[in-house]
Each structure stands twice: as C-alpha cells, then as structure tokens.
Design a binder for this molecule. Structure first.
Ligand code: DX5
Ligand code: ZN
Length: 219
C-alpha cells in the first residue's frame, strides 16, 4: 500500500556538524528526517527543542518527521508547526490527545500517534481513524542505541490488520533498535516507515545501510 521509507534519527548524528550530517544522510538516501524531541520529564533525557528543529529544517530537503516525547505537546505544538511536515505525539502525554491530533491536522501537517512498549495497542485503537501515522516504539523512548524489543511486533501486526479492516491509510512507523535484521521483521509484520539512528549514522557505508533497511523484507 505505502512504499517503504527510511527516516534516520539525527539523535545519533554529530550535533557539532548538524548541516553536514543532514546533507550526508540525505545524499545517502534518507526519505525523511526523524527529529526526537525530549523534555526531561516525559522521558529521562533532554535532547533539543524547537530552535534546533528549525535549524535542521532550514537545511533539510526531505520531509521533517518530528517525534514529540514531551508531556505537554498541546502547549508546545505551535512552536513545532513551522518546521515539521509530520508531528507525532504520545498517547501517554498529559493532554487531550484527540484535540491535539485535530490541531496538528488543522494546521495542514500530518499527525502521528505513538505508544510506549508498555502501553497496550488497545490504547491507540480508538484514534486510528484520526491519524496519518502510527509510531510503534520498539524500545523505551528516551535514548538511541537500545536493543529492539521483538515482543512489540504484534502491535505492528494489529495496526496493519485494523488498517485493512477499517479501510484506513495511516503509515505504520517503527522506532528503536532498527537494523537491517530487525527491519525485515517489522516490514513483514506490516511496517512501512523505519526510523533508524545508530544503524545509519554509525554505519561504515551509510548509503548501503539505508538501502538495506529499505529492502529488508524477509518473506
Ligand atoms: C528513542 C527515539 C529513537 C532513537 C532511535 O527514544 O525515539 O528515534 O533515536 O535510535 P536507534 O535507532 O539508535 O535505536
Ligand atoms: Zn523517535
């Protein structure tokens, strides 16, 4: 249904050379740029805020996919709208999720919804007809470089099954521990958008890594 996209997370890049790193990953074939915003409250880490997203977006040629791991996405939303093509919020955030998703869409951006590994799929099910993207976390959000949690694959399958049953069209994005090997399992389960930080930015051949992740289907 959707083509397979690779969205490298710049959390794993060299922030001291942000522009060069974005150029490098785009030249290597990145489809989207994934930006992980962390507030030190929703997750146990602080990454960067709206000014950094603006700086990245100013040089990015591919769509900017902003992942808000923050407690109050509703409050900070206006500051991320300018530079983001897609904005993903968490179902566990301390806000009115329905209203915040609607506000993202009303601004002309596409809206995504994500869930932590410990949150059951049933929590996001009521929102599926109101989103453009479902982001399945396959690590506990907050840090790059963690191991992929295989027991999250069932959420991808459920998301794909419900999308088909309800005739919906949201993308199914996966985030955390994506490598050539784990990407194949995700694509087989129904994922079409793969976030990858460490395995792309630390790869000896970035272009090969992106291509291999995109083509990793196993079956
Ligand atoms: C984790 C972030 C991820 C992270 C992925 O909270 O949402 O996007 O950067 O990094 P890797 O690919 O290294 O697991
Ligand atoms: Zn992310």
């Amino acid at each position: 249904m959707h083509s397979i996209l690779v969205a490298p997370s710049i959390l794993a890049c060299d922030f001291g050379h942000l522009h060069q790193e974005i150029h490098r990953v785009e030249t290597a074939g990145a489809d989207w740029l994934h930006l992980d915003v962390m507030d030190g409250h929703f997750v146990d880490n602080i990454s960067f805020g709206p000014s950094f997203v603006d700086a990245a977006a100013a040089v990015a040629k591919v769509p900017v996919d902003t992942h808000l791991m923050i407690s109050r996405p509703d409050h900070y939303l206006p500051r991320f709208l300018k530079s983001s093509h897609n904005i993903t919020i968490h179902i566990e955030a301390d806000c009115d999720v329905t209203a915040t998703l609607q506000a993202i869409r009303a601004s002309g951006r596409s809206c995504g919804l994500s869930l932590r590994p410990g949150t059951p799929f049933s929590a996001v099910a009521p929102h599926l007809d109101a989103i453009d993207l479902l982001l399945v976390m396959t690590v506990e959000p907050g840090f790059g470089g963690q191991a992929f949690q295989t027991d999250m694959l069932h959420k991808i399958r459920e998301a794909a099954q419900l999308r088909s049953e309800k005739n919906l069209s949201y993308r199914i994005e996966v985030d955390g521990g994506i490598t050539v090997s784990t990407a194949g399992h995700c694509i087989d389960a129904g994922a079409d958008t793969l976030v990858a930080g460490t395995s792309v930015f630390r790869a000896p051949d970035m272009s090969a890594a992106i291509t291999e992740i995109r083509c990793a289907k196993k079956s």
